[in-house]
Design a protein around this ligand. Sequence first.
Ligand SMILES: *Cc1c(COP(=O)(O)O)cnc(C)c1O
Length: 372
Amino acid sequence: MNDFIPVNEPLLDGSEKRYLLQCIESGWISSDGPFVREFEQRFAARVGRRHAVAVANGTAALDIAVDALGVGPGDEVILPTFTIISCITQIVRSGATPVLVDSDPETWNMDLEAIESRITSNTKALLVPHIFGLPVDMRRITDLARRHGLRVIEDAAEMHGQTCGGAPCGSFGDVSVFSFYANKHITTGEGGMLVTDDAELAEVFRSLRNLCFQPQRRFVHERLGWNYRMTNMQAALGLAQLERLDEFVARKRRMGQLYTELLRDVPGLQLPLAATAFADNIYWVYGIVLDESTGLDASAMMARLQAAGVGTRPFFYPMHLQPVLRGRGWFRSERYPVAERLALRGLYVPSGMALSEQQIERVAARIRECLR
Ligand SMILES: *Cc1c(COP(=O)(O)O)cnc(C)c1O
């Protein structure tokens, strides 16, 4: 189908080529290269942090964050059930206990009211992903953490350029992580970043990223790490993309506002909130939730849109329903009705950076037709 509208497509027409060419011409293609340091420094400055450590992807950044905070057997970490599996894998692998909370039905972020009742004397950390475009109220999170002596991992993988109460997403908690996968606001193809104000923690991140090689005795290891290094080529892309972050964010906001204008009067559709008290929506993806009155669930709607030439993706599938986790005995009697409904009835429509206004108009028209 020639005019099929893909769900995601990055925009690469700035200085990416020039920087990449510099990598090739200089021979700096591995992680030993000047763009890595420069990307880290510029990124740290952009989110108002002292230290940034670039890694292979956002999942790697979460693995390192959880491990660096010393999460292990006997510890509990609280996170939402409605998120990507990257948030939970290292918690489970470390032998710690993941403790879930449901979501807010309007923002789709973790339900802050539910957190306090889940805190025990074993709770070590809160892992807080911002979902789809609206930030979690991070001041409430950091306040909770301070009162209970908890560490905070902020997952800002969908939040480049977003703020919360005026402060950049990525500036909250002990550590914040980002992803630069091809569908994020800025991309390096694959890539991720950890940011923190804690110099010691940043050193642990660097070590864990690089197999915990020791400067003095390189092949003698005191701790298990990973090879999660970012290449100079990825960092070159990232630097070029970072220079355009404000333009990208403005573009995403316009796209989201246009979708909302075109879909506002369609019955049976829940659209993303335009704003909360803390931020205007950045619309990382444009999600829609079908009301029961439509008689359609997300998979039926996705099939119809696919046939009409429109790419979609389902919403996250909740952690407490994941076969791989239930198979290990986790969450078997737990229910989270908001997350379950979002998974059943939510999908997102084309939201890539390269999407044109004409394409958005076509997507909106197809959505109307599919619901008639
Ligand atoms: C994309 C994403 C990740 C994972 O990033 P990858 O680079 O794909 O590994 C983690 N958390 C959230 C909230 C994400 O959206």
